[in-house]
Each structure stands twice: as C-alpha cells, then as structure tokens.
Design a protein around this ligand. Structure first.
Ligand code: AVJ
Ligand code: FE
Length: 375
C-alpha cells in the first residue's frame, strides 16, 4: 500500500469493486458459448456478441483511459469500428473487430489500465471536472456495461440450448390487489435532480401538469395477451411465440415451453402494445403518467413498458458527456419505455430512467401496462 492509496477519498475502492462486479456479469453471460458463437451474426438487428464485448471495453478505454487518464489507445484507430452510430448493427459482423484471444486480452488490458488511472483521480462531490465529480464517468461506465449485458441477453434468446448462467428470469406478476390505481389531477415533478448519477436525457427535473387518470397496477399478463390473440385471429404473436395445438409455446433459446399465463407478456412491439390497450378499452400511459404513478405500481420489473411518449428532450436539456448518447435519438422516431426487465440490472433501472427504441422492435424485453383517463 502506498501513501497515495491512503489519500484516496472513500469510493475509489468501491468503484473498483463495482467495475469488477459488472465485468463478472458480462463474462458470466458469454461463458457458456464458444468463440464461433460469440462471433456469429444471429440477426441483422443484433450485434454479434464479440462486437458488444469489444465495444464495452472500447467505451471503457475511451472514457476511463484516454479521456480521464490521458493515455493513448492500445489499438490506434480500432475505436471507430465500435462506434455505435457509425456502424449500424447489420454491418457489425463484417467489421475487422477483435475476436477470440485478442478480444479477451484487450478487455483485460483496458481494465488494467482503467484501474491504474482510477488510483490517480479524485472523484468527490467538490471536484471541478464534471466528468469526475461524484464519479460521474465511472457510474456511466458501469451503467453502460450493464446495459450492454441486457443487449447481449437479447441476442442470447436466439442461441439454441442457452441456459441462463445467473439467477434471473421472468416470474409471475403480483396478482394481489386492485386492477387499477387512480392518480389525481395535479402538478408532478419528473426527471432527475441535479445530484447523483443520471443520464443527460433525465434532466432537468421539471413540473408537468397531469389530468386525473387510472393506470393498471400490474403489467399485462400472457393470459390476457392470449385472450387478445384469440379475438384477433391471424394477428402477429409476440416474438418467440409459436402456435402449439390450441395454445402457444415460447421458443426463445431453442426451447418449446408452454407460455406461463401469469407472467407478464414480453417481446411485443409498440403497435402490439397500443392495439392491446385499445382492445382492453384503455390506452398506453405517457411516460410522465408512469413516473407520477410508479410508487403505487406493482414492483415486477420484468418487462420494459411501452409508453405513448416520443423520446424528446426535457426543458433545459444539455448533452453530457456526448451528444450521441441521447440527443442523436430525440424526435418522433423512437418511443420511450419505462421500468426495467428481468434482464436489466438494478443499477440501471432508476425511476427516472428513460429507455427508447423503434416502435416495431420486439427483440427487446418489452411489455405493456395500460392506463385510461379518469371517468
Ligand atoms: C438506452 C438501450 C437505447 O442500446 O442504444 C448503450 C443504451 N447507449 N450504449 C442503446 C446504450 C450506448 C441504448 N438504449
Ligand atoms: Fe454502447
């Protein structure tokens, strides 16, 4: 132990542990696979796992090693192949990215350097540099790796025979309680306050006016979605559902398992969610209705919930630390999802966290919660 280590504010050690924990999750997810599976393109809308792994390490190198530590990158221009905006998912299998032993070595070397830099920095609340203040850049790195764990789990649903190596997975919704909760008209505060980690798109915290509404206490179950399907013969089922006799089976991970009626429906598009809500005589909530009601909703956290809201900037929005995280996606192309899924790490799922995706997407762990205007 050097004097230098003793002088560190509390938190630096904890950050090293948290980084190690996130990496453990990443590696556990891909551990059951061989290199061929890690490199394989399973779907044009999902990156090969090797891309996600290299991108996780490259993001760490870019922010923790190059930006904070002022070091040169290990592999020169390699970073441009891991830029998510420059390289659409359908092209990522063809890129000259790192693979196999080289990829593993890169991940380990970047981590080693990132820990070296971590031992040199101050991350307290009074640090001038916004990237380091309250360890923002480290929180961002953690969240980023854990978010990509979820992205990898989307791909892993396509791998025949894949068994989840962690104690995660869908579970029944909490059936105990009223169908809907009522929320009074009024002014509600939404978004993240100035302190603590949040992405730029969660700020500024601001007031919104809401009319009185009701919102389902629980997400829509598979049983309810099956009824909706029975009422709409020929309609597209959720991703991974296949007809089987009179019912449906779940074919994710190459299985053929009966759909669990009391689990939340998952892998539905925005249009499916919207159509279900209309059929039920309801509608999708806005993202602010969801946030205003969230403490009274059953805490299932098993499926992201589509909202009727477009992914837009909040008043006072300022891109930080880079505009490609959020700003590049603002507009009416993407819909906001709230909550979190069984594949989401708890660290990612803040009440103010805004997820977003194209309305047609179903490979994500997306489900439905309905609302309606108060009668
Ligand atoms: C918040 C899930 C939409 O995957 O595009 C990962 C998260 N951003 N790396 C995405 C993200 C940069 C983002 N989503
Ligand atoms: Fe990323």
């Amino acid at each position: 132990m050097t004097a230098n280590t003793e002088a560190k504010p509390a938190g630096v050690e904890a950050l090293a542990d948290l980084l190690a924990e996130a990496r453990q999750r990443t590696l556990a997810l891909v551990e059951p696979l061989d290199d061929e599976q890690r490199n394989r393109v399973y779907s044009p809308i999902l990156s090969p796992l090797a891309w996600d792994l290299g991108h996780i390490a490259n993001f760490e190198e870019l922010w923790l090693v190059q930006t904070v530590g002022g070091r040169a990158p290990l592999h020169g221009e390699l970073g441009r192949f891991y830029d998510a905006i420059e390289n659409p998912r359908k092209t990522r299998g063809e890129l000259p990215i790192l693979r196999d032993a080289e990829l593993r070595a890169y991940m380990a070397e970047v981590r080693e350097r990132a820990l070296e830099v971590l031992a040199e920095v101050e991350v307290g609340p009074d640090v001038e540099d916004r990237l380091l203040r309250d360890a923002f850049v480290y929180e961002m790195l953690l969240a980023h790796e854990l978010q990509h764990c979820e992205t990898m789990l989307q791909l892993l649903q396509l791998v025949d025979g894949y068994e989840l190596p962690l104690p995660i997975g869908p579970a029944p919704v909490d059936g105990d309680g009223p169908e809907m909760v009522s929320v009074a008209a009024g002014t509600y505060e939404v978004g993240a306050g100035p302190r603590g980690f949040a992405y730029d798109n969660e700020r500024d915290r601001h007031a919104v006016e809401l009319a009185a509404f009701e919102i389902d206490r629980t997400p829509v179950t598979n049983a309810a979605y099956t009824e909706f399907m029975a009422d709409h013969p020929g309609a597209e089922p959720p991703e991974y559902w296949q007809p089987d006799g009179d019912g449906w089976v779940d074919t994710s991970r190459g299985r053929r398992e009966p759909i669990a009626p009391d689990h939340p429906v998952i892998h539905v598009s925005w249009d499916q969610a919207d159509a279900f809500a209309r059929w039920a005589g309801k509608r999708l909530p806005t993202e602010f209705e969801w946030e205003a009601a969230r403490e009274r909703l059953a805490d299932v956290g098993q499926a992201w919930e589509w909202t009727s809201s477009d992914f837009l900037a909040y008043p006072g929005f300022a891109p930080f630390p880079y505009s490609e995280y959020s700003e590049a996606f603002f507009g009416d192309t993407y819909k906001v999802l709230r909550g979190g899924s069984w594949a989401t790490h708890a660290r990612v799922a803040r009440p103010t966290f805004r997820n977003w995706d194209l309305p047609e997407r179903r490979q994500i762990f997306s489900g439905i919660r309905c609302a309606r205007d108060a009668s």
